[in-house]
Design a protein around this ligand. Structure first.
Ligand SMILES: CC(C)(COP(=O)(O)OP(=O)(O)OC[C@H]1O[C@@H](n2cnc3c(N)ncnc32)[C@H](O)[C@@H]1OP(=O)(O)O)[C@@H](O)C(=O)NCCC(=O)NCCS
Length: 337
């Protein structure tokens, strides 16, 4: 009798490349204040956001994901036929089927790739990255394209002053592949189901279709509750992620948290006790909160600016609706794998 099944081939996983797509239209705080009762100064003081990008009608989720994914493949130097799977994280995908990941397989012409979507709100990218890393480590895939993509403007009411100034659109992607050393640490995940209402859709499409008198489905947020929860829970999860990867806060060269808002990022960075020369991603200033796209967007900016380099240790943490989070330490993509 067979008592055990064969495990997949074990190997290391690492980040091979990163690519992004930023929508062409930049939107100032002045412009946001045309639809809400607010001021540019209030928005900048409370969120740190100065400008953000809103996608136009041609900048669909698929178009942005394909653009970011194609750049990540080029950055990694991995040909299209070597991608085995595409994993797309998104919370703003209103087309439930076919999976967004398969539209990317089609758009990029990946002849050997499977694909599936991940829905974990602003923690989506870190969950997707962990899944891709596990696929590579267990020999289920050689190369996986991981994409975070959002059109938050499709699910945020531009007249809702509690939320309209925060969220924005964009896409970021990484290629995960084999490495000669482990470049992606184990993910730490957590959820607090008691905070389900803190960040949620006000209604479902099903309820809206049954009763068109309802408001259309839009995101609602208890900003204070989200802030408090994140400050309490994100730092311990980050510490556990560093511990799991066998490094300490002093080893971290780049802290790349979900770009929720700058005040929160500053509090988290402060509490982590990073080294003086550690770089903190502050892409939120120019990109707003792009949910599952925010971490690869911020990673790309730090690398493009030369603030960090290949092989540097970065701490990633995504957090949001659920409320839920995922965190992992990584070696930034570059020459040595
Ligand atoms: C959203 C957030 C910036 C709001 O800041 P805040 O300090 O909590 O603001 P409050 O909601 O307590 O409102 C404070 C005051 O500003 C007012 N206000 C709220 N929104 C405003 C706006 N857009 N413009 C001007 N004033 C506003 C409120 O009416 C309130 O006025 P009052 O003191 O006279 O009652 C903050 O809660 C936050 O950053 N939360 C985290 C949200 C987040 O990151 N979500 C994404 C997670 S994925």
């Amino acid at each position: 009798m067979i008592e055990s099944l064969r495990a997949g081939r074990r190997q290391h996983s690492s980040l091979h490349g990163v690519g992004v797509y930023r929508p062409t239209r930049a939107v100032s705080n002045d412009e946001v204040c045309r639809t809400i009762d607010s001021t540019p100064d209030w928005i900048e003081a409370r969120s740190g956001i100065v400008t953000r990008r809103f996608a136009g009608s041609e900048e669909t989720l698929t178009a942005m994901a394909v653009a970011a994914g194609g750049k990540a493949l080029a950055d990694a130097g991995v040909p299209a036929d070597r991608i085995d799977c595409v994993v797309v994280a998104s919370m703003s995908n209103l087309v439930q089927t076919p999976p967004l990941a398969i539209t990317v397989v089609d758009g990029l012409g990946l002849p050997n790739a499977a694909g599936f979507d991940v829905s974990a709100a602003c923690a989506g990218f870190c969950h997707a990255l962990a899944t891709a890393s596990d696929m590579v480590c267990t020999g289920q895939a050689e190369h996986v394209l991981v994409i975070g993509v959002e059109r938050m403007t499709d699910i945020v009411d531009p007249a809702d002053r509690s939320i309209a100034f925060l969220f924005a659109d964009g896409a970021g992607a990484v290629v995960v592949g084999p490495g000669d050393r482990q470049g992606i640490g184990p993910a730490i995940r957590a959820a607090d189901a008691e905070s389900l209402a803190a960040l949620r859709m006000n209604t479902s499409w099903g309820d809206f279709r049954a009763d068109p008198a309802l408001d259309p489905p839009m995101m609602k947020m208890d900003g204070k509750r989200v802030f408090r929860w994140a400050v309490e829970n994100v730092v311990p999860a980050c510490r556990r992620a560093l511990d799991a990867a066998g490094v300490t806060a002093a080893d971290v060269r780049a802290f790349i948290p979900h770009q929720a808002n700058l005040r929160m990022i500053e509090v988290l960075a402060d509490r982590l006790g990073l080294a003086e020369n550690a770089v903190v991603a502050r892409d939120v200033r120019d990109s707003g909160n792009t949910s599952s796209a925010s971490i690869p967007l911020a990673m790309h900016r730090l690398l493009a600016q030369g603030d960090v380099g290949p092989g540097d240790i970065a701490l990633l943490v995504g957090f949001g609706a659920g409320l839920n989070l995922a965190a992992q330490a990584v070696l930034l993509p570059g020459q040595r794998r």
